[in-house]
Design a protein around this ligand. Structure first.
Ligand code: PDD
Length: 279
């Protein structure tokens, strides 16, 4: 495996950043994960648009000009002979002695790595997965794709310990915001497709955006509005979206079965359409 670290392509086992990198000290860094399908970078502009927004929100400058990013990403894919997988991009505020205020004249850091990934197991897609609800303990800007993911890690770990696939994060108002690394959709009792609005309290997933577009093209009634955990338990269908799992049916939330307890028709339709979009 080959990775890119601050201007150099290096063997992955030697790919390292300095201990004084601000990503290491403060999680003062942003990231992206994007799919590679048949050797091609997928939804590249959408991911770079979001990276640009994350960088701007934290006043981190591009580590290389934006137009150079596709060249580096394609080179990492090429050097790894990657067909189907994921590319990881991380940009930090750079290397500086540990001191909270921004360092002056320190160039931003950039690492890019890639690995093979074939998506979730077929059984999970066919049968759907179980999720558990957890308090959303994150800061108030999850719309910024920053690397400080400790609350997400803890939520995902307790989901795993409960035998569930994902954690649904619930805010103080009882609203379902998103998953630890996914966005959440439900089909309400009236048949409308609902997902949390892309405000400051969720990450606006690239998959979420694409699935919303597909749903609107189908003529479905789509609402971007908050819904509570109680509402979601009465849903006809539910699913997760994200780069690593595309559209994943949810059949159980805590101890409540969703709909008929198997992936719903709308979920499967959107999953098929989304898979075509990736080809
Ligand atoms: N996670 N919400 C959160 C909190 C996420 O971390 C992610 C992505 C998503 C889905 O976004 P997208 O559709 O753009 O992948 C939603 C990445 C893949 C991760 O941290 O592994």
């Amino acid at each position: 495996r080959v990775s890119y670290v601050n201007g150099r392509y290096v063997a992955h086992r030697d790919a390292a950043v300095h201990v004084d990198d601000r990503g290491h000290h403060f999680a003062d860094a942003v990231y992206e994960v994007l799919p590679v399908v048949a050797g091609r970078l997928c939804h590249l502009d959408q991911h770079l648009d979001r990276l640009e927004r994350s960088l701007a929100a934290l006043a981190i400058s591009w580590p290389v000009p934006r137009r150079v990013m596709p060249i580096i990403l394609a080179e990492v894919v090429r050097r790894n002979r990657l067909k189907d997988g994921l590319v990881y991009i991380q940009t930090s505020r750079g290397v500086a002695p540990r001191y909270h205020p921004f360092p002056l004249d320190t160039p931003a850091g950039l690492v890019v790595s890639a690995w093979a990934h074939s998506g979730p197991a077929a059984a999970q897609i066919e049968q759907g997965v179980r999720v558990v609800s957890q308090s959303d303990l994150r800061w108030k800007r999850p719309d910024i794709k920053a690397t400080g993911l400790l609350p997400n890690v803890l939520a995902r770990q307790s989901a795993r310990e409960a035998g569930a696939f994902e954690a649904w994060l619930i805010n103080d108002q009882g609203v379902v915001t998103e998953g630890s690394a996914t966005n959440i959709f439900i089909v309400g009792p009236d048949g409308a497709l609902l997902t949390h609005p892309a405000d400051n309290s969720i990450l606006a997933g690239v998959t979420r955006g694409n699935v919303l577009r597909l749903a609107r093209n189908l003529g479905l009634e789509v609402g971007e509005r908050p819904f509570t955990l109680a509402e979601s338990l009465r849903a006809r269908e539910a699913f997760l979206t994200g780069t690593t799992m595309m559209v994943m049916p949810v059949v159980r939330v805590d101890d409540t079965t969703i709909g008929e307890g198997r992936p719903g028709p709308l979920t499967l339709r959107l999953r098929d359409l989304y898979q075509e979009l990736r080809r």
